[in-house]
Design a protein around this ligand. Structure first.
Ligand SMILES: C[S@@+](CC[C@H](N)C(=O)[O-])C[C@H]1O[C@@H](n2cnc3c(N)ncnc32)[C@H](O)[C@@H]1O
Length: 204
């Protein structure tokens, strides 16, 4: 069960919110192949079993995973932390790339009903405040020039928070996923899965 008091997460915690996705799907959706092998990565809301974080770590990539509901294992204690993303146990100005897949920003994606959420204005406003606090914390741990990649694309966040993100020192960009034309990617493109993600680049 969700412990955070996040209404939506609590509502869907039995089914959806703890779903974990295969590493290749996650990495595909945040365009990770466009990053160098020596980048320092942060997986925000990495999932209870942190499959993608572990996959990257086992591949020799420098990565840290954070989730508020984590199945903790002694052997992973150096790179997996059970924490809420509002309060990361990590040093400032360190990471090159953070990514959040189907996690913290999910409620702002149209797939998750953000259009309807917006109608409940008080609730929506509260969620904006929370998500800005998470974004501020992620920007803190990124180096200048580093970026946070968010998938699925949090459509309404883009349009509603641009100025606030700018005040936090970030620049929001919507980006197209890089496709190499393979058959499987053609299938993905033609599916309902968005072919875009949102990046927040730390400018200062
Ligand atoms: C649907 S799962 C996705 C897990 C993984 N990113 C993946 O794609 O397989 C969402 C995860 O985000 C975590 N999460 C959501 N909001 C969070 C927050 N503010 N801080 C830490 N973890 C969070 C939940 O605990 C859950 O494990």
């Amino acid at each position: 069960m969700a412990q955070s008091g996040y209404i939506l997460d609590a509502d869907v915690s039995m089914g959806v919110s703890h779903t974990q996705y295969p590493p290749f799907f996650v990495l595909r959706n945040v365009d990770l192949q466009t990053f160098p092998m020596n980048a320092r990565l942060l997986d925000v809301g990495c999932g209870m079993n942190a499959r993608t974080t572990k996959f990257l770590q086992e591949s020799g990539i420098s990565v840290v995973g954070v989730d508020r509901d984590l199945a903790q294992e002694e052997s992973c204690k150096d790179f997996l932390f059970q924490r809420d993303a509002h309060n990361l146990p990590l040093e400032s100005n360190y990471f090159d790339l953070a990514f959040s897949h189907m996690s913290t920003y999910n409620i702002f994606s149209l797939q998750c009903g953000a259009g309807i959420l917006r109608l409940v204005q008080d609730y929506y406003a509260q969620e904006i405040v929370k998500i800005l606090s998470v974004t501020k914390e992620i920007l803190r741990v990124l180096r200048v020039g580093g970026e946070l990649r968010i998938s699925p694309d949090p459509d309404t966040f883009l349009s509603d928070c641009k100025d606030e993100i700018s005040e936090l020192g970030g620049r929001i960009e919507r980006r197209e996923l890089c496709f190499d034309g393979s058959e499987i990617e053609t299938v993905l493109r033609e599916s309902d899965i968005p072919a875009t993600y949102t990046a927040i680049v730390k400018e200062r």
